[in-house]
Design a protein around this ligand. Structure first.
Ligand SMILES: [Ca+2]
Ligand SMILES: [Ca+2]
Ligand SMILES: [Ca+2]
Length: 204
């Protein structure tokens, strides 16, 4: 399986010309210069790209978070009805939205649900490169209703930030994508889908 260079190796390589690194910005303040983040496949706008609580500079695997999902638990009071990784639709404008990860969740209970832990992984079907991310959406799924979780670069209210240097963006190979959603004390809901070969596309 292909592996990415470690943070230490990338930073050491960048230190060879010395002055380049010294002059580089570090937008997210994590100690990894902006010019090094794409080499590590990390996010220059997030100090902890994979959301595991370890900063990009200190993280031995900055885009492979360990699973936070706990086995067992009571039956979940919600279920996932759909996961999209392409061909998203803007619900307001009723037209194509840029490709991104979108998860539709239905609340089967009589109280609003919030405080979800989201764990999603993607594996490149050609190279075998694997990424895994933890996120904590602030989305509320209303009692008896539905809500959608979005992971994208729109900056829209309530949307989770996507890593712009992820294989989702940088690889045109097909990908296997898994999603797990969990509330404390309850079993996780999971779904796996495939993204077809071809790059992530902008709305058309
Ligand atoms: Ca940085
Ligand atoms: Ca970063
Ligand atoms: Ca991390």
């Amino acid at each position: 399986m292909k592996t990415f260079p470690t943070t230490a190796i990338v930073l050491a390589l960048l230190l060879v010309p010395g002055a380049v690194l010294a002059q580089s910005n570090d937008t997210d303040g994590d100690g990894v210069p902006d010019i090094a983040e794409p080499l590590l496949h990390t996010d220059p706008g997030s100090p902890d790209t994979d959301g595991d609580g370890i900063g990009d500079l200190q993280d031995d695997a900055p885009i492979i978070a360990p699973t936070p999902i706990v086995a067992g638990g009571a039956p979940a009071p919600f279920h996932i009805i759909e996961v999209l990784v392409e061909n998203n639709i803007d619900p307001v404008a009723h037209r194509d939205a840029p490709d991104h990860l979108e998860i539709a969740v239905v609340n089967d209970g009589t109280t609003d649900l919030s405080g979800f832990t989201l764990f999603y992984t993607m594996t490149d079907q050609d190279s075998g490169v694997h990424e895994a991310y933890i996120a904590h959406p602030d989305t509320v799924v209303p009692a008896g209703g539905e809500a959608r979780f979005h992971v994208d670069d729109s900056g829209a209210d309530g949307h989770l930030r996507a890593n712009p240097n992820s294989i989702y963006v940088t690889s045109v190979a097909g990908k296997d994508v898994t999603v797990a959603l969990q509330l404390d004390g309850y079993a996780a809901a999971t779904m796996t889908i495939q993204k077809d070969p071809g790059g992530a596309e902008q709305a058309d």
